[in-house]
Design a protein around this ligand. Structure first.
Ligand SMILES: [Ca+2]
Length: 229
């Protein structure tokens, strides 16, 4: 039985279908969460030993489109907009997937220079991460537009559990470069640390992965399988 996932405040379970449907469509959970491939170095949430502790992972995500291998079907889930994916619970959507195989997932991170009424520190951001490195507070704010196009190896929709779109903060954050920056707190944006930010933005696309989340808990566990290649 799939664990019930908490939906972020204001996020409704939505479905937008496009294209021609074939083969007994089913409603499949698609979740979103920050992940870490190196928790001893970059932890999400509390940790006594990690070099970096990530506390918030704000992402502004566009629509997510899944494309079938034969190009006859695609499904688009509405973009989540700006939301914090650094908490323990994954954001949840439901997408209707036909009984076919899937070869692509596309979405994007988008800056929003004209955004209004957003909190200081995340306003206009595509990505805004905060936490500590060696106990020193840091914040990273990027407004760059980054296309996220994942190639999937001809995979069927999941029989159980969910698909999890994971954002690997350990791939995104260069720990040694971060701890070498001055300031307390360390503030990274286009004005203060352009070189660090450019390198960070260059790693964003490669650090996004789709997982077969077998127990549907919104976390990457040892028996969960990475689906993108
Ligand atoms: Ca899991």
């Amino acid at each position: 039985m799939m664990r019930h996932l908490v939906v972020l405040a204001g996020l409704w379970t939505l479905l937008v279908a496009c294209g021609t449907e074939t083969g007994n469509p089913e409603m499949i959970p698609l979740t979103y969460n920050a992940t870490t491939s190196a928790p001893a170095r970059v932890a999400i949430g509390s940790s006594d030993s990690a070099d970096v502790r990530v506390e918030t992972v704000w992402l502004r995500l566009e629509d997510v489109t899944l494309t079938a291998c034969d190009d006859s079907v695609s499904q688009t889930a509405p973009g989540l907009g700006l939301a914090d994916h650094g908490g323990p619970d994954a954001a949840l959507q439901t997408v209707e997937l036909a009984d076919t195989t899937w070869c692509g997932l596309s979405t994007a991170l988008r800056g929003a220079p004209d955004a209004v009424d957003e909190p200081v520190g995340i306003a206009g951001s595509a990505v805004a991460i905060s936490g500590t490195v060696d106990g020193r507070a840091f914040s990273i704010l990027s407004t760059a537009d980054v296309e996220l196009d994942l190639a999937l190896p001809d995979i069927p929709r999941p029989d159980d559990g969910s698909w999890l779109l994971g954002f690997d903060v350990a791939e995104w954050i260069d720990v040694d470069a971060l701890r070498a920056l001055p300031g307390e707190p360390i503030v990274v944006d286009a004005d203060t640390e352009p070189a660090f930010l450019e390198a960070f933005e260059g790693r964003l696309a490669a650090g996004v992965h789709l997982w077969a989340d077998r127990d549907g808990d919104g976390q990457v566990d040892d028996d969960d399988e990475r689906l993108d290649r």
